[in-house]
Design a protein around this ligand. Structure first.
Ligand code: ADP
Ligand code: MG
Length: 727
């Protein structure tokens, strides 16, 4: 083993032993939960009653906030933060980079007497003005007018992030340009939640449910990740720069034995999980489930679902806290979708449902006929939405790292479809056929004057291959990448569902206006919607080739890569949809189109550079050394035996030919990159996808073959079998 790899391996035990649980990390969860959050109980205790009531109204009913309220909240928040040792505050926001951003300001104001006092005004709480010139804007903002504004989002509570020596008050904020255009992920998400709330509330009213004042989107995100030892990570420039290994022959033992999934969690890993969770509980994040995943070195953490905005903020915090904690434990936390070839990649399942202001889940089949009508109406809206806007859903999970996963027989395909399960599917078919009770084996119940088959309460069907599956009381969108910000997929789901609810409501109303009775109007519209969009329902195995063919026959989209998926943003229907619901203006859509492609190209540029550098400065030199050793050895053999045995000569010939091929592949990629059409984002991206990525893959192919023949001691990079199996 090379000296540096040797060192990394022998350092593992020490790193594991050094990662002792931090003091105070064994406290009762109920004692520490939310202690670093400016949450309801803190507000109730510290704010004057009037102010508390007004703030709550803003938070729950999304009413505009009174500026005098902001002043009182700010000073109360500051005092609370100071009590927790905070020295600084920051507006915490979600720029279009896909990560979070923060710029810290101390709470101090200098005084004439040479001293300082602590101060934090309502204006500082409500609005910030970070220099935004270096965040992606996709053309929304010229650098010379770089001002961007952050605006307090009172619907996600402020929290304190602590380090060993200090603490910072973090205020969740939206981020927009001088002209009010959204430069972030949160703003469109909040707009979409409002759109869905309005449309869903109107639909409920139409169905006779009058006491609902708003509808919330509930989201539960299951986060998958890998852990490897930090010592190995530091020696992998590809992991450091790109988050994934660009080289590496398969481990002898991968995931074929299925012995990692739900296996006993190793102590080192469990300690890491424990410490992370203690931090997350203090931040009020209800993490609940943890387990080993399918691939060796792969794990999952899942919190209990929350309101979409909060769940997504919390998901970002989960990734950040775990990343920091891993470093403390001598580990590296990897959220890339495909860090290792040949074994499963990581996703982020997004469980999504709608809750009304009385806490009822609108995706839960009910007890009474009218509740079931409501359920089927919402279901129909989602079926239509997913079929009509499949391209937008696909786009919402498109990123270069996720391109490795979607359609790779470990994750849902790039074809969007819906899994309903046998029982629900039978109901849909009965509705389309206009059948009467008794049509399904499940028996029937009365639906007002009309009839509907019985809706099973506990839908236990589990289809793990579907990108968008109904799981009893929610949909699970499984195509999200593990590293991605979850706001875009949820924004799309919210908006397209709002659109379909309105469509269905308008159609029901039109029938009512023309004299049709209520039950018949609903049945007729449901029948039409399900007939028109049934093609999106698929209950079989999504990983098969037959499905790919069948989907093509049904006219479903199969957008295999990010550049292809991005074309959806240029469709007139996309502009119209987002404009109608005030989610994104045309400018904002165009900006996202530019950023998507720009980021695609930039991310790949890093991969190409890393691949070429590692090939030329690490892998080829090792192979050449090995070649020399072999040649020298054959020389010696010849001088003793008079000739070189054919088998031995062949080993050298094969090695040499592999080295030649790899050198040629390196030169090919270098040359190719000089020919990239850089003037047009789309052409550039397509060129990378069609030409440069295959060229880079070729380099890897030869390098991975060399890894299997070059003397282990000469090999400079930690191998898969080390990174994945040694912890
Ligand atoms: P599984 O691995 O079986 O899909 P998990 O228990 O790991 O299930 O994760 C399910 C996620 O779905 C959790 O975050 C859970 O809180 C969330 N969830 C449960 N019910 C709902 C709901 N009605 N709406 C949104 N998310 C939900
Ligand atoms: Mg799941």
């Amino acid at each position: 083993m090379s000296v540096s790899r040797q060192k990394a391996t022998s350092g593992i035990n020490e790193r594991a032993a050094n990662a002792k649980n931090e003091p105070g990390f064994t406290e009762k969860i109920t004692d520490i939960f939310g202690e670093q959050v400016f949450n309801d109980s803190v507000m109730k205790e510290r704010l004057p009653e009037e102010v508390y009531k007004k703030l709550k109204k803003t938070m729950i009913e999304r009413e505009p906030l009174d500026p005098t309220v902001a002043e009182v909240v700010a000073s109360t928040m500051k005092n609370w933060a100071l009590d927790h040792g905070a020295t600084h505050f920051t507006h915490w926001f979600h720029p279009l980079t896909g990560s979070t951003a923060e710029k810290h300001d101390a709470f101090i104001v200098p005084k004439a007497n040479g001293q300082v006092i602590f101060q934090f005004s309502g204006k500082e709480l409500s609005q910030g003005e970070p220099d935004a010139s270096s965040f992606p804007s996709g053309g929304l903002r010229q650098t010379f007018e770089a001002r961007g504004y952050t605006a307090w989002d009172p619907t996600s509570p402020a929290f304190i992030r602590k380090t060993k020596l200090g603490a910072v008050l973090c205020i969740p904020t939206a981020f927009c340009s001088y002209t009010g255009e959204a430069l972030d992920k949160k703003t469109p998400l909040l707009r979409s939640s409002e759109a869905l709330s309005n449309s869903a509330t109107n639909m409920l009213k139409l169905l006779g449910v009058k006491d609902v004042s708003y509808v919330d989107t509930a989201v539960g995100l299951e986060q998958e990740y890998f852990l490897i030892d930090q010592g190995y990570y530091n020696q992998r420039p590809d992991l450091v720069a790109t988050g994934r290994t660009l080289f590496g022959a398969e481990s002898y033992k991968g995931q074929s034995l299925d012995d990692h999934y739900f296996g006993a969690i190793r102590e080192r890993v469990q300690n890491f999980m424990h410490d992370s969770e203690q931090k997350l509980y203090r931040l009020g994040i209800p993490v609940k489930t943890r387990h080993n995943e399918v691939a060796p070195g792969q794990y999952e953490i899942a919190p209990v679902f929350e309101t979409a905005n909060l769940a997504i903020d919390h998901n970002m915090l989960i990734m950040e806290v775990m990343n920091d904690m891993a470093t403390k434990c001598g580990l590296k936390f990897l959220t890339h979708e495909k860090p290792f070839a040949g074994i499963n990649g990581s996703g982020k399942h997004c469980n999504w449902s709608m809750m009304d202001s009385n806490g009822n889940n609108l995706l839960k089949p009910g007890d009474t006929p009218s509740e079931n009508v409501q359920f089927i109406v919402f279901l129909a809206a989602i079926v239509r939405a997913v079929d009509k806007y499949a391209s937008l859903l696909r786009l919402s999970v498109a990123l270069p790292s996720n391109d490795h996963r979607l359609g790779a027989n470990e994750a849902p395909p790039a074809i969007i479809s819906i899994f309903l399960g046998e029982a629900l599917n039978a109901i849909v078919e009965a509705l389309i056929a206009g059948e009467k009770p008794g049509a399904t084996k499940n028996g029937t119940i009365k639906l007002g004057a009309e009839t509907l088959p019985e809706i099973p309460k506990d839908n236990t069907d589990r289809n793990r291959t579907s990108p968008f599956a109904f799981t009893g009381n929610r949909f699970e969108f499984r195509a999200l990448g593990s590293s991605q910000h979850a706001a875009s997929p949820v924004m799309v789901l919210n908006t397209i569902t709002a659109d379909s609810l309105d469509f269905i409501a308008e159609n029901i109303k039109a029938k009512l206006d023309s004299g049709t009775d209520f039950d018949s109007a609903v049945s007729q519209v449901l029948k039409d919607v399900f007939s028109d969009h049934q093609r999106i329902i698929f209950n079989g195995d999504n990983y098969t080739e037959e499905w790919e063919k069948e989907a093509a026959k049904r006219g479903l989209l199969n957008l295999k890569s990010t550049p292809e998926a991005t074309t959806a943003l240029k469709a007139e229907s996309t502009y119209a949809l987002y404009a109608k619901y005030n989610v994104l203006s045309k400018n904002e859509v165009d900006a996202r189109y530019n950023i998507k492609l720009e980021k695609y190209v930039l991310k790949l540029d890093v991969e190409f550079k890393a691949s070429l550098d590692m090939a030329c400065t690490m892998i080829l030199p090792a192979a050449l050394k090995h070649q020399k050793n072999l040649a020298d050895s054959l020389d010696s053999v010849k001088s003793v035996l008079g000739s070189v045995p054919a088998e031995q000569k062949k080993v050298l010939e094969d090695l040499s030919s592999n080295i030649n091929s790899m050198m040629k592949a390196v030169n090919d990629l270098k040359l190719l990159l000089t020919e990239a059409p850089t003037d047009d984002h789309m052409e550039h991206a397509i060129f990378y996808k069609d030409k440069a990525i295959p060229a880079m893959n070729k380099i890897r192919k030869y390098a991975d073959e060399l890894e299997l023949s070059v003397e282990d001691e000469l090999w400079p990079l930690p191998k898969y079998r080390e990174m994945l199996l040694l912890l």
